[in-house]
Design a protein around this ligand. Structure first.
Ligand SMILES: NC(=O)c1ccc[n+]([C@@H]2O[C@H](COP(=O)([O-])OP(=O)(O)OC[C@H]3O[C@@H](n4cnc5c(N)ncnc54)[C@H](O)[C@@H]3O)[C@@H](O)[C@H]2O)c1
Length: 335
């Protein structure tokens, strides 16, 4: 897959100081794009100035909120490609503060689409969707034909935002693709909270000799996908006209038992105390038992393929945090 199309392109990355956004920023900067990062630096999310260390002189950073229609609209309107990563990302937060989630995930996305609609040549938009849009699967592996029954407000609002994106493609011809991401892990994911990015959170616990708390036996399954493979997927759909108006799953295609993932972390770190506790009630009702996706459609349309297996991805992640853990425990810089 060629990324030559990025040379000289104006690229806007919302949530670009976060885990996935900054990883995309690093890749597209390397490929010669002119990058603007828009991030509101909201708590308790994953923004971190350390995430753009080394490229800070080559990107423009705008501190701003996607709920601010004027600011966001101007930036989006002046872009060729928009990677839309900014989101309220906590599932439990979405249940406690549904209006916050709706404002950021739905209204924020509509601001972007409205700005694109006003342009003669609208930008290509790639939306970060989530496996949380599906709910408890009716069959495995989940594919693009699987029905959606989200179990939380976050999943419902991500689904609505994706539908807005696809509608604006259908009605106004705006080139939009949605990538429904599975459990993404790897370098530059936040390490200060366990409400998302659980693999990274457990790794930080293991490194600091803190117990790793696993609900029940940890027998639920997930599809863990390494950050470099996710960035490749964003590049692949950005380059593809076939992907316009479509939604795809991004995952490893491997179903991993939760407790096996935890053991891999302990192996890579060289230590880690696992403690089993009962499932909290708040989590039980929104948790999913099994999950794995098929990525056949994405592979067929774009040639993308996940390259990193869980063991080597976890090892690469551990090596990164051995060097940089301090940046992620006492994160932040001046913004
Ligand atoms: N990490 C995963 O496993 C995963 C899985 C599925 C979907 N996703 C989606 O991928 C995207 C990126 O997630 P991430 O893991 O990089 O999270 P992250 O917390 O590291 O990054 C999100 C960034 O968005 C910023 N942000 C939040 N609200 C904002 C607002 N209103 N205006 C501007 N900026 C705002 C935060 O400050 C943060 O820097 C999100 O849309 C998320 O829903 C992530």
């Amino acid at each position: 897959m060629s990324t030559d199309f990025l040379k000289g392109k104006r690229v806007l990355i919302t949530g670009g100081l976060g885990f996935i956004g900054s990883s995309i920023a690093r890749r597209v900067t390397e490929k010669g794009a002119r990058v603007t990062i828009l991030d509101a630096c909201l708590e308790p999310y994953g923004w971190n100035m350390a995430n753009i260390r080394g490229i800070e002189d080559r990107v423009r950073f705008v501190k701003g909120d996607i709920r601010d229609a004027g600011l966001f609209g101007d930036l989006a309107g002046a872009s060729d490609v928009v990677f839309h990563m900014a989101a309220q990302v906590g599932r439990e937060i979405s249940m406690e503060q549904p209006l916050l989630d709706t404002d950021v995930n739905c209204t924020g996305t509509i601001h972007l689409l409205e700005a694109a609609r006003a342009m003669k040549k609208p930008p290509k938009i790639i939306f970060a969707g989530s496996r949380g849009q599906v709910g408890e699967p009716e069959y495995l592996p989940v594919d693009e034909k699987h029905p959606d029954h989200p179990t939380d407000i976050y999943g419902i609002n991500k689904l609505a935002a994706e539908q807005y994106c696809l509608l604006y493609h259908h009605v106004y011809g705006i080139p939009v693709t949605s990538l429904r991401l599975n459990n993404v892990y790897g370098p530059r994911c936040q390490m200060h909270a366990g409400f998302y990015g659980i693999l990274n959170w457990f790794m930080s616990n293991a490194m600091q000799d803190k117990p790793i708390t696993v609900y029940a036996e940890g027998l639920q399954t997930r599809d863990y996908i390494y950050i470099d493979d996710v960035v490749d997927a964003f590049m692949a759909v950005a380059a593809s006209d076939t992907a316009n108006g479509r939604m795809y799953y991004v995952g490893s295609g491997r179903e991993t038992v939760f407790i096996d993932m935890v053991r891999e972390i302990c192996r890579a770190v060289g230590k880690g105390e696992i403690v089993h506790v009962p499932f909290p009630e708040s989590r039980k009702k929104i948790d999913i038992t099994r999950f794995v996706v098929s990525t056949e459609k994405l592979e067929k349309d774009t040639g993308w393929k996940a390259k990193t297996d869980l063991r080597s991805g976890i090892e690469q992640t551990a090596r990164f945090y051995e060097q940089h853990l301090g940046d992620y425990l006492n994160r932040k810089g001046n913004v």
